[in-house]
Design a protein around this ligand. Structure first.
Ligand code: IVH
Length: 702
């Protein structure tokens, strides 16, 4: 045996020992050696690996301490569907769901009740028993690869007890005790363990993640077909435990009789509580009341059908399995009182009523403002100031008033939108369901318009922030967007905080903005509902100058625009009517005089050879040169192709990146041509070269 071989043998020996010790310590809570002995072995392995990086194993126990290299969380496609859970907020809802499941089954079902850990959802992918990837839930189809950070979590097995391929789902969390300890030391403390856990999982350096003692519970396993024939969820849990995963022991099983439940648990050699169906209501109540005494935070409970066959029969929606239901502690509904209703004036002059309510906690955050949209919405609710209302967070995000629960005692009648603008007192106009201030010089509109015009996605004039805009308006140096290009800088320099440096940076940013292409100028005009996508569509369809658009405006030709993809009747009307407005025409004329581009510069964006005409491309996996991968599809579209998000019989090409999963299989089945990144780049390259020969715009491609 030469020296290298000897070292490799030592690496294997130490790794095996450390693995056994780690499992005994972290999973079984039963240490086999002293800390000193453990550290001695560990340090020896670190030394060998440092001096001989080629000997470092994929699942080396040293990975637990992480690395100082930056990771940038590549996007990867899940190979299992990462679904969410349907939610219930009362015991009654849970019972009625259980009964519904039961009616669909031919035999007596058993249900498993688990804690819903309030942490970060993760999928761990193992190949031949080795942890290959840890991927965040992401959008359920694509997540971020956070493997290096997850490897530092002590109770994530890097190697399983069997050399199998398996994907498991679990929740990474931080105990309350550790949270208190760590959070105290942070300059910017986190609001709760969950947020700190999420931050840790996304640290750039895994050595930083390794400093926070995160934990994991695994709750579902996805084995390769025919590998095992599991009959039940608890069989799967038992197998996962045997493979070395940490399973939450506080599970409860509900069967026809207590005896039956006990048998099931014994058969699976799992701890947990055995109950009969009638006890489920009591158990939910008990766990709700005692949750504060747990070592970690839970935000609910999960009830799951135990029988795998029945699970498959019940099936799935695109969002959740029909065989599981979350019982959430935090109701997304709350009661509050409407203290007042304020009117907000937007850049388009639209008046939006906003209810100021007594602050309430809803689904984990405090809500004090709720939009009421328009008069029609208020009328439907018959809402008056002082009313007690039920407030919800729709889709768990946007608060909304659901209904009036109790009318106010002051005899306030249903709220009516003001007849004049609360900012400039101009009489309002009603268009459809909405109320507008028709005065284009209403201060709020002007401010909103300026803020929108200079924003990053429009003219990108970053030295003109909201504070500077306020000063410009206060000093009467600008009345509208075009005035930005004729600011009296001498007057501005008299203002505190506007020294030479600041003024010079404003001047140069404004000058630079004159180079922005027409597409940005058009977007920056703020035509309602006309963002980048619509503007690109207009340009692509030949409306690449303001004059061409005016031709349509003059003829009131709504129809031509409606024939363009993505442009519906309403958008067409918005474009034509907004551009027809006199103030808007004057504004555009002034902007043109100031030197802004009023036609798309064909020299800057040479028309690429339309090599993908009539082709329909989908994309899967992740790419070195296109992150996010939609950039690749943009290249397809620029060359005449169409892009789609899923594969169908109409799809002609699949661009396949690293980690592409189910789409690849589908593409193969449908005979869709599969193109990998290198080939794709060379396809683009052929006209990239051509472009360089003409006037290649730097940075356009990548
Ligand atoms: S089952 C198809 N079980 O809750 C399986 N989820 O939207 C669906 N969660 O973020 C999930 N504890 O990570 C399940 N015991 C448990 C869970 C659990 C926490 C999380 C999950 C996801 C959310 C469900």
């Amino acid at each position: 045996m030469n020296n290298k071989e000897k070292l490799l043998k030592e690496v294997h020996d130490i790794s095996n020992k450390l693995r056994t010790f780690q499992k005994a310590y972290y999973i079984d809570s039963n240490p086999l050696v002293s800390d000193m002995e453990y550290d001695r072995l560990f340090d020896r392995l670190v030394t060998i690996e440092r001096e001989n990086p080629e000997l470092k194993l994929d699942d080396s126990p040293t990975q637990r301490v992480g690395s100082d290299l930056d990771s940038d969380f590549e996007e990867v496609e899940h190979t299992i569907p990462v679904l969410s859970l349907d939610k219930a907020y009362s015991g009654e809802e849970i019972i009625s769901w259980i009964n519904k499941c039961q009616t669909k089954a031919t035999s007596n079902l058993n249900f498993v009740l688990e804690q819903k850990i309030d942490g970060i959802s993760i999928v761990l992918y193992y190949e031949k028993g080795i942890l290959k990837r840890a991927v965040t839930r992401g959008n359920g189809a694509i997540g971020n690869d956070v493997t290096n950070n997850v490897r530092t979590i002590k109770d994530v097995p890097l190697r399983l007890t069997e050399e199998i391929n398996v994907a498991v789902r679990g929740e990474i969390y931080l105990s309350k005790k550790e949270f208190e300890k760590v959070n105290k030391t942070l300059e910017q403390p986190f609001a709760n363990p969950r947020n700190l856990c999420a931050g840790t999982i996304r640290r750039k350096k895994s050595s930083e993640s390794a400093k926070i003692p995160l934990n994991i519970f695994i709750y579902e396993g996805f084995f390769e077909k025919d590998e095992y024939n599991f009959n039940s969820h608890i069989d799967i849990l038992a197998k996962l435990k045997q493979l070395g995963f940490r399973i939450n022991p506080s599970l409860a099983i509900f069967s026809k009789t207590k005896q039956k439940a006990k048998e099931l648990l014994t058969l699976a050699s799992l701890k947990g509580s055995a109950n009969e169906f009638d006890e489920i209501y009591e158990e939910i109540k008990k766990q709700t009341e005692t949750r504060d005494s747990l070592e970690y935070e839970i935000d609910g409970l999960v009830v799951k059908v135990n029988e795998i066959e029945v699970r498959e029969a019940l099936g799935y929606t695109v969002h959740h399995p029909r065989w599981a239901m979350a019982y959430k502690f935090e109701s997304p509904f709350s009661q509050s009182v409407v203290e007042s209703i304020d009117i907000q004036v937007g850049r388009t002059g639209r008046l939006t009523p906003v209810a100021r309510i007594t602050p309430v906690e809803i689904g984990g955050s405090t809500v004090s403002n709720v939009t009421l949209h328009n008069q029609q919405y208020i009328d439907e609710l018959e809402l008056a100031i002082g009313d007690s209302v039920e407030v919800s967070k729709r889709g768990d995000v946007i608060p909304a008033v659901e209904q009036v629960i109790e009318k106010n005692e002051d005899n306030n009648t249903t709220y009516k939108m003001p007849s004049s603008c609360p900012i400039c007192s101009t009489e309002v106009e009603i268009k459809g369901a909405h109320t507008f201030c028709p005065n284009p010089y209403c201060p709020k509109q002007v401010f909103g318009r300026l803020e929108f015009f200079v924003a990053k996605s429009q003219m990108d004039i970053d030295s003109l922030g909201p504070k500077t805009i306020e000063v410009l308006l206060k000093l009467d140096l600008v009345k509208d967007v075009q005035d930005l290009y004729n600011i009296d800088f001498e007057k501005l320099s008299e203002e505190k905080g506007f020294g030479e440096k600041k003024i010079n940076s404003i001047i140069s940013a404004l000058e630079k903005s004159k180079e922005q292409p027409f597409s940005r100028v058009l977007t920056s005009l703020g035509i309602p509902e006309v963002g980048k996508k619509i503007v690109d569509m207009l340009i692509k369809n030949g409306f690449d100058s303001i004059d061409k658009l005016y031709e349509l405006v003059d003829k009131k030709d709504y129809e031509t625009l409606c024939n363009i993809p993505l442009i519906a009747e309403k958008t067409s009307k918005n474009i034509i009517d907004t551009l027809d407005d006199k103030t808007m025409r004057d504004r555009i004329a002034s902007l043109k005089n100031c030197g802004l581009n009023m036609e798309e510069n064909v020299v800057n964006t040479p028309k690429l050879e339309q090599i993908f005409t009539d082709q329909v491309w989908a994309v899967t996996g992740s790419f070195k040169s296109f992150n996010p991968r939609t950039l690749a599809l943009e290249e397809v579209e620029k060359r005449g192709g169409r892009s789609v998000s899923s594969i169908s019989s109409k799809t002609t090409h699949l661009l396949l990146g690293k980690g592409g999963g189910s789409k690849k299989t589908k593409a193969e089945a449908l005979g869709v041509k599969i193109v990998e990144e290198e080939e794709f780049l060379s396809l683009l390259g052929s006209d990239k070269k051509k472009k360089e020969e003409t006037t290649f715009q730097q940075g356009e491609l990548f």
